[in-house]
Design a protein around this ligand. Structure first.
Ligand code: FMN
Length: 359
């Protein structure tokens, strides 16, 4: 079934065996030193049937961490942990890129020991999960221009570490209200230096980050995820489409390996996936985002109609290690257990049964 999802495709230097991407998912199960280990390697290797795995969001610095026990990409120990993961995935014939995620204001002093850095001192509404409970967000500290320039370098350094570790590439996390999205949005970026201003000015942080990552590891190993109009993490943006178009122009000019777009909400009146197809000539990964769910038939049609090159799947991949096989054969799916999404150990992580195990 759904045979259009089972043809190979390339994204820059990445040669995927099928069109099914495992979406990035934070699972809060890093080991000591916020480094991945054998358990994480097992989890990702189980899902190597994907054409491409995108890892959970990974902080490029200790200050970029947003949640407890998320893995980093900035120490020797973390690099060696990712090497274990990359080798395990490659041994199963998979492909894996590391998602670089600086949380910006979506963090808390109890997690990073200081006030979070952000484009502007705008406190998010809501509460942060600290590992022991929830606390209200605090006002972040506005980064100086020099600090913003250092943030740009962090992404490039993390990209270098990812490639040294043997990961196949990196995805810059420009979606879901984290640092890159905070720079892009009107509600969170009130800066008056070159990193602020109109949609093009607010995209300066992305432009410089893309350029630095490309200089570090090559455009053919750098992807970018975007979710225009997504209000998650209290992101307020009066110009989501303008900002999205500015970001797509940056991706196009840089010749990125791929752009990964979360579709806009059904009531937005426009399609982010369609805009990306029109404005970005490289490989396009489409994701349904949090506001809708696509069936496998919907995804097959997207690829068959040339509207996207690959599709990303989150929760159904989390719960079904052999998801690609289940899609191909039309088999029943395991249901995801939300209670074990964020944190814990092997339970709800590496113990979802395969079809073979269930037989
Ligand atoms: C447990 C969980 C963790 C997630 N963590 C991330 C993340 O680290 N980075 C990211 O870009 N998206 C993250 N997402 C969003 C997913 O990548 C995806 O866009 C979302 O789950 C919607 O797709 P789905 O309906 O296929 O699950 C997460 C989603 C879930 C369920």
């Amino acid at each position: 079934m759904h045979e259009n999802l089972f043809t190979p495709v390339t994204a820059g230097a990445l040669a995927a065996k099928n069109r099914i991407v495992m979406a990035p998912m934070t699972r809060n199960r890093a080991g000591a030193g916020e480094a991945p280990g054998e358990l994480n390697a097992e989890y990702y290797a189980q899902r190597a049937g994907a054409g491409l795995i995108i890892t959970e969001g990974t902080q490029p610095s200790a200050e970029g961490q947003g949640y407890p026990h998320t893995p980093g990409l900035h120490t020797d120990r973390q690099r060696e942990g990712w090497r274990t993961v990359a080798e395990a995935v490659h041994a199963e014939g998979g492909l894996i890129v590391g998602q670089i995620m600086h949380a910006g204001r979506i963090s808390h002093p109890s997690i990073i020991g200081q006030a979070p850095l952000a484009p502007s001192a705008v406190r998010p509404d809501g509460e942060v999960f600290t590992g022991t409970g929830t606390e209200p967000f605090e006002e972040p500290r506005e980064a100086t221009t020099a600090e913003v320039e250092a943030l740009v370098r962090e992404y490039a350094d993390a990209a270098r570490v990812a490639i040294e570790a043997g990961l196949d590439g990196v995805e810059l996390h420009g979606a879901n209200g984290y640092l890159i999205a905070q720079f892009g949005a009107t509600g969170t970026n009130h800066r008056t230096d070159r990193f602020g201003g109109d949609a093009t000015g607010r995209a300066t942080f992305l432009r410089e980050t893309v350029a630095a990552a490309v200089a570090a590891v090559g455009a053919d190993r750098v992807g970018l995820r975007l979710s225009p109009g997504n209000p998650f993490n209290d992101l307020q943006d009066d110009e989501p489409r303008e900002g999205f178009h500015a970001a797509l122009a940056i991706a196009e000019e840089a010749g990125l390996a791929y752009v990964h777009v979360c579709e806009t909400a059904p009531d937005a009146g426009w399609s982010a996936v369609a805009d990306a197809r029109e404005r970005f000539s490289g490989t396009l990964i489409a994701s349904n985002g949090f506001t809708q769910e696509w069936s496998f038939a919907d995804m097959d049609a997207l690829v068959a109609d040339g509207k996207a090159d690959l599709v990303a799947i989150g929760r159904r991949f989390l719960a079904n290690p052999d998801l690609t096989e289940r899609i191909r054969t039309g088999a029943e799916l395991n249901a995801p257990d939300e209670g074990t999404f964020y944190g814990g150990g092997a339970e709800g992580y590496v113990d979802y049964p395969t079809l073979q195990a269930a037989a």
